[in-house]
Ligand binder design. Sequence first.
Ligand code: KIV
Length: 265
Amino acid sequence: MTVSKILSLKGKTKLAMLTAYDFLSAKILEKAGTDIILVGDSLGTAIMGYPNTLPVTVDQMIYHTYAVRRGAPQSLVVADMPFMSYGASMEEGIRNAGRFLKEAGANAVKLEGGEERSELIRAMTGLGIPVMGHIGLLPQSVNRSGYRIAGKTDSETKELIDDAAALEKAGVFAMVIEGTTEEAAKAVTDSVGVPTIGIGAGRFTDGQVLVLADMLGLDPDTNFKHNKRYADLYLPFSEAVSAYIGEVKSGKFPGEDQTAHQTSK
Ligand code: KIV
């Protein structure tokens, strides 16, 4: 999968994107035919246990992106640029984006924001760094805007359409639309020539993305309205761990099958 293939698929087939942060998950995602693997900064909450994505660093993202690349060598791997890795200056943003391609083997980067990011995105794409945009609810701006659904009015929808147009003009190959009304996401999708990938943005975007831990049902304590659990892996996971603990304590594990013996004296 390449960014130009993704672009060419708009209107032809729906795109299925999922997050991954490690080698084994990436391997499963690639084998299953996931169109795009996103190493999201959602690793802050899903993997690191932070309250939000803000503490995630470039080095953490590079470490996880490298693991995903090794698990999914043929896939289109997009690395999320974390908070403050591209906001302070153009130069710092470009250097950090370049690190994802050079050091981690990512095919593209994703960053949050609309029109205000267009100059930076144009510079990145000009240097050969493919960029995925991200508009709507912006988790990295939680301290400014909270986790508020966007596109509730005509004027908010117009703002989203303007942001999407600016991103498209700046050269993004696709954009995430997060946490908007379905009507706004559809209007944006109809207004741009690049694929839109929704999360909590209704049914009419060109593709969908979910956070892997959420769709696998790994955490019984979180469930978001936008999420659908395709499995409840918390249960078999915790049952397997309990069974192991029980067998170690009772002396049942390791058994004869897991044991080596001397073959000669
Ligand atoms: O960090 C992430 O996983 C994301 C997706 C939810 C789009 O940005």
